[in-house]
Design a protein around this ligand. Structure first.
Ligand code: MN
Length: 418
């Protein structure tokens, strides 16, 4: 077969960090996920999208609930009857490579490619995209989440800095190897090389700046080593990353090396401007459009003293708003009175208070405050208490413990009758 050399038109969507199964405190979000997937498939059909890329963190926990699995498989089945005929899913740090990879062979039959871990063979991470006539239209380097133990040869006795340097070098070598392979395949064809990945690389974001939402965001960036943005070869035409939950490029030099961000707001600490990336390619020339994701359920965080909280609640009640609420009480009133007043005003309101918490930091500083703090209100902030329990552990252990904790909580709230 001979390939035509002129650039082909193709459209692809880049998204990531779905975190299917995630809860807002104990509240399940199944309906929001189903609405999002329905909306996404509508966009795919309206825009005639040829290729869908999902760059990791498909599920929120390594062993997703049955409901989370059902939502995922139903979404994949619906994709199969959509306009889009090529789907590529790579793993993120929240995914179990074994669980995600278990359905690889069967999903292959539906042309849904799963790359959940690296293998001996680098070609397993190269996926060629072809049009109906069999012409190559793009080459995708589908790199899964790279765990330190998978790619770097860290020696006992290496300190943290040395380990980080070894990791950065290994990631960079991995991308170089795979992009070199893609270049070999591309030859002189006018088609884009698209690379996927789930890692932390940004000239705009310091990890500490993102820690904003208690245990939630810390676990998202985790102890991720920052990969310098200049690591990535400019032979890559589009770099489709996951890990940071806001849409952004990794550097000001190249807006095509970017995070799509999560499609749903995953915690109260996250901003609400979520989008997916839609890219139109004409050969190597790419045109990027961000499509805002509708808000399927309003989430509001109220921070302040009692009067601020009550004012906001009465406004929401009057507007008949069905928001999910997180209330952070920062006042001197007794917490039991605060709870009573909030309960009174909330009678017959349409909103749902998912969390009422006080700032734990203030509590431990003042003995009188601590005495006023009832056991009941303390147990409201179980996530906060868990963080306090593990505060002396190292980051790696913390991450393992957080995962186990999330799974335990997930199991606890799993909606199964037997
Ligand atoms: Mn994530």
């Amino acid at each position: 077969m001979t390939y035509k050399k002129e650039g082909k038109n193709m459209k692809f969507i880049h998204t990531s960090d779905l975190h299917i199964g995630i809860r807002l405190y104990e509240k399940g979000r199944e309906e929001e996920f189903r609405n999002f997937f329905r909306w996404l498939i509508d966009i795919i059909n309206e825009e005639k999208v040829d290729l869908l890329l999902i760059s990791g963190d498909i599920f929120d926990v390594v062993l997703p609930s049955n409901e989370a699995r059902k939502i995922y498989y139903e979404f994949l089945a619906d994709l199969n009857s959509s306009y889009c005929k090529d789907i590529i899913i790579t793993s993120g740090n929240h995914d179990s490579p074994l669980f995600l990879g278990a359905s690889k062979k069967i999903l292959d039959c539906l042309n849904i490619k799963i790359v959940s871990e690296i293998t001996e063979n680098i070609e397993d991470e190269i996926i060629e995209i072809r049009d109906d006539l069999g012409n190559l239209t793009a080459i995708v380097c589908a790199v899964p989440y790279l765990r330190e133990k998978d790619i770097s040869n860290i020696k006992v006795g290496n300190n943290a800095n040395e380990q980080n340097m070894v990791y950065v070098k290994s990631v960079s070598e991995h991308y170089k190897k795979i992009v070199d392979k893609a270049l070999e395949i591309r030859k002189d064809l006018d088609i884009p090389i698209i690379a996927m990945g789930h890692l932390f690389s940004s000239e705009f974001v310091e990890a500490d700046e993102i820690i904003d939402d208690g245990s939630r965001i810390i676990s998202i960036l985790g102890n991720s080593v920052s990969i310098p943005p200049n690591t990535f070869s400019y032979d890559i035409d589009y770099l489709a990353l996951g890990h940071i939950h806001q849409p952004m490029p990794i550097s000001k030099d190249n807006k095509m090396f970017r995070y799509s961000g999560a499609p749903l707001r995953l915690g109260f600490g996250e901003p609400s401007n979520k989008s997916i990336s839609l890219i139109q390619s004409k050969g190597k020339e790419l045109d990027l459009k961000l499509i805002p994701v509708p808000i399927f359920h309003n989430m509001t965080r109220i921070v302040g003293d009692l009067s601020v909280i009550l004012d906001k609640l009465s406004e929401l009640k009057e507007n008949n708003a069905d928001d999910y609420l997180e209330i952070v009480f920062k006042g001197s009133e007794n917490i039991v009175d605060v709870k009573t007043k909030i309960d009174d005003i909330s009678e017959n309101a349409s909103y749902t208070i998912l969390k009422l918490k006080t700032e734990l930091d203030n509590l431990t500083t003042n003995k009188t405050d601590l005495e006023n703090f009832t056991v009941d209100s303390l147990t409201d902030d179980v996530d906060g208490i868990f963080e306090l329990c593990i505060k002396d552990k190292n980051e790696e252990d913390k991450e393992i413990l957080r995962r186990a904790y999330r799974e335990a909580v997930e199991l606890l709230f799993k909606d199964e009758s037997c």
